[in-house]
Design a protein around this ligand. Structure first.
Ligand code: DI6
Ligand code: FE
Length: 403
């Protein structure tokens, strides 16, 4: 394995509990896909020897970005639904009338696995060109045993064929498929059985559910989580997005990695998340696209010391964005995160939301997932929008974008 030395970069390490962790005119040594050493370029010792050196000429070097909540695998689009909503129809009303998630389920079932892979790979590449090196991908648009497995296989194949890391999450409890109309409890029973096969075939890293009035009840969510726990799989939850179902407190009782959305989260939910060490995954894309007006309780989460993360929630219905950098910006403008909080939300806290301790910071021993940006300071990336200053990306020490 070659040793690669990156020199003359401004490092933003995010190492330590707060601050940017800046190292001006820094150097970083990669060995075996991991960071072996980092520090001031002037402190480079003769013993730090590399096979290859790159002068980054003052570029900003950060950890690779982590998009820890996406629904990247699906068929079709929902542009017509967007027009309906612009004419006054609500997201919930469209869902109740059988559109919404269920229209994407029909398009996903009708698509071939080859097509699903090709479309999702294009989306993943778009994220990657903006510096994303780890992506979480949920199923949830198949909603049958075979169609769910197909989507999870596509996610696994993306991880195998693209330079990025993919973590896959089973979200069979996303919506009730039409063949189970009026039989939600039966659907949950069957979906819990599918999990065992997904686990046995190595298709799944975590389990999620949509606990809401148009999703599943807290009792049904509990059954899904019990099935996950029996298989040793970590859980996370789409919680308090459209209404307060006390899903965050429920998920916290299962030691959830993250609770996601959280616009309607209450003080009990915040306390429960704090006690269980659960990450608050904030999703400004869906807040914006659904024109929500109720903000997630960011100040209270901050005060309680709940770690904050940010993701695209990329999906065709509520967040058709493929820009994690835009989410970084919108987390600041819409949710009032500081630029540093937003950055931690797409690096170190996003890693924590995936249960990954080997990435999200620049420190010896961490995976060499790195991005060189055409910027002097990370706050510039939160400040600009519709702008991509990503210049070079390394995944486990291997450069993955054309230089
Ligand atoms: N909440 C969301 O925002 C996505 N899923 C969920 O449970 C939206 C999914 C969709 O509209 O297709
Ligand atoms: Fe989502």
């Amino acid at each position: 394995m070659t040793r690669l030395l990156l020199r003359h970069a401004r490092l933003a390490t995010f190492d330590g509990a707060s601050g940017w962790g800046l190292v001006d005119d820094g150097a970083l040594l990669i060995d075996g896909g991991h960071i072996a050493w980092l520090g001031a370029d002037a402190a480079l010792q003769a013993c730090v020897q590399a096979d290859h050196e790159i002068n980054l000429q003052g570029a900003l070097l950060t950890p690779g970005l982590i998009d820890a909540h996406t629904h990247l695998v699906y068929g079709g689009d929902r542009a017509a639904e967007f027009e309906q909503r612009l004419q006054g129809a609500s997201y919930e009303a469209i869902a109740r009338a059988g559109g919404g998630i269920r229209s994407t389920v029909a398009a996903t079932r009708a698509a071939s696995e080859t097509q699903l892979f090709a479309d999702a790979a294009n989306r993943a590449r778009t994220l990657h060109r903006e510096g994303v090196t780890t992506i979480e991908i949920k199923s949830g648009y198949g909603l049958s045993e075979e169609a769910e497995a197909r989507c999870l296989r596509v996610a696994r194949r993306l991880g195998a064929e693209l330079p990025i890391t993919v973590r896959s999450t089973s979200l069979a409890a996303h919506a009730l498929p039409p063949e189970y109309a009026g039989r939600a409890d039966d659907y949950v029973t069957d979906a819990c059985h599918w999990l065992a096969a997904q686990q046995a075939t190595g298709l799944v890293d975590a389990v999620d559910a949509f606990c809401d009035t148009i999703g599943f009840t807290p009792a049904q969510t509990t059954r899904v989580f019990e099935a996950a726990r029996a298989l040793g799989l970590p859980v996370k939850l789409h919680a308090e997005q459209l209404s307060n179902q006390h899903g965050a407190a429920l998920a916290a009782r299962f030691g959830a990695l993250s609770c996601d959305h959280l616009e309607h989260l209450d003080v009990e939910g915040i306390a429960a998340m704090k006690a269980s060490g659960t990450v608050a995954m904030l999703l400004p894309g869906s807040y914006y696209f659904l024109r929500e007006t109720k903000l997630p309780p960011v100040a209270a989460l901050r005060e309680a010391g709940v770690p904050l993360a940010i993701a695209t929630d990329h999906n065709p219905g509520s967040s058709p964005t493929l820009s994690l950098l835009l989410m970084l910006h919108m987390a600041c403008t819409l949710f009032r995160l500081t630029p540093e909080e937003a950055w931690r939300g797409v690096t170190v806290n996003a890693a924590r939301a995936l249960g990954l301790a080997d990435r999200g910071r620049l420190a010896p021993g961490q995976r060499a997932d790195l991005v060189a940006w055409d910027a002097a300071h990370p706050r510039e990336l939160a400040y600009r929008f519709g702008h991509n200053p990503c210049r070079r990306v390394w995944c486990a020490g291997v450069e993955s974008l054309p230089a």
